[in-house]
Ligand binder design. Structure first.
Ligand SMILES: [Zn+2]
Ligand SMILES: [Zn+2]
Length: 309
């Protein structure tokens, strides 16, 4: 039942000696999702001991090179290590053209199918994947080119029956099934069994949101309301707020205000400008707005713990 997030790269624009370009891995119960694929992503995956063959979903937020230039190297390496299973690729529509070019020019050894899921114009969140135990939504961000954030949310778990009451009321199989579905049971003698009394939710569904690159805007906190873990870009410090505005990026403080407004449980900031080898200023500016914030330190695995009842 793991739910972990590992930043592989948190540099903006160009790689620096301190940080790598954007790439992030989310592990939800053993399924790996790669979000953005900046240069050298495959080296970072190797450093973390993550097999290229285990990644079945890659999500690209936008087509700026610092989020994309590692993709084709990774696809080539996947072919070289003998991948045969389907790979799902999500990204802006225009990515198809680049993908087709890559496959035409360099795709000879690619023996696996790449299913491209284009992200088009959207006004708000849209579900892009609905799997057995989780949903992924994409939503539009505010950047210089079409850019998408992603929200991963586990499904509600099935309700559990209270064992003591199962015995006490001698519940039958169909009564148990109905109560677990959340339906009321009315017995022949008129006795009414309410699902709220007989069942409990065994654990809280967990969630993670990814917002990079973007400037701040009013709707965003509503779309990521209450998530357990938020990765939000924080390219600049307060002193560069005007630069953040003109380049459609955020300051660390703006990321923290967004997290506070959205009522998220924990914020990790990244996508830092190379002008900040030392990130303490960005962290303290963010902390002055929202306490539960940390640097998304590369190659660190952050866990969203399971809250059981
Ligand atoms: Zn970027
Ligand atoms: Zn960008």
């Amino acid at each position: 039942m793991e739910f972990t997030y590992t930043p592989l790269g948190t540099a903006s624009a160009t790689p620096s000696v301190y940080r790598y370009p954007s790439a992030h891995v989310l592990n939800i119960r053993g399924r790996l999702f790669l979000i953005d694929c900046g240069e050298a992503c495959q080296i970072r995956l190797r450093r973390m001991g993550i097999s290229f063959l285990k990644i079945d979903h890659i999500l690209i937020s936008h087509l700026h090179g610092d989020h994309l230039f590692g993709l084709f190297g990774l696809l080539s390496s996947m072919a070289m290590v003998g991948r045969t299973s389907l790979l799902n690729l999500y990204g802006p529509e225009r990515l198809r053209k680049t993908l087709d070019f890559f496959l035409e020019e360099y795709g000879e050894g690619v023996k696996f199918q790449i299913e491209f899921h284009p992200l088009g114009a959207m006004q708000g969140p849209q579900t892009i994947l609905s799997a057995r135990n989780l949903d992924i939504q994409a939503f539009p961000l505010r950047h210089r080119i079409p850019t998408y954030g992603f929200l991963f949310r586990e499904h509600e778990p099935e309700l559990n029956l209270r064992k003591d009451l199962v015995e006490k009321y001698q519940l039958g199989i169909s009564e148990m099934a109905r109560l677990k579905r959340g339906d009321r049971v009315i017995r022949e003698d008129g006795q009414c069994l309410e699902p709220e009394q007989f069942t409990y939710r065994p654990w809280e569904p967990r969630s993670f949101a990814y917002c990079s690159d973007t400037s701040v805007f009013a709707e965003l906190p509503k779309w990521i309301q209450g998530v357990d873990l938020l990765y939000h870009e924080a390219t600049f410090a307060d002193s560069e707020v005007e630069c953040a505005r003109t380049t459609f990026h955020s300051t660390a403080r703006q990321a923290a205000i967004c997290a506070r407004t959205a009522g998220v449980k924990r914020l990790l900031i990244g996508h830092f400008s190379a002008r900040y080898p030392d990130l303490s200023k960005l962290l303290s500016e963010a902390r002055s707005e929202f306490e539960a914030v940390d640097i998304a330190t590369e190659l660190t695995t952050f866990e969203v713990p399971l809250k059981k009842y």
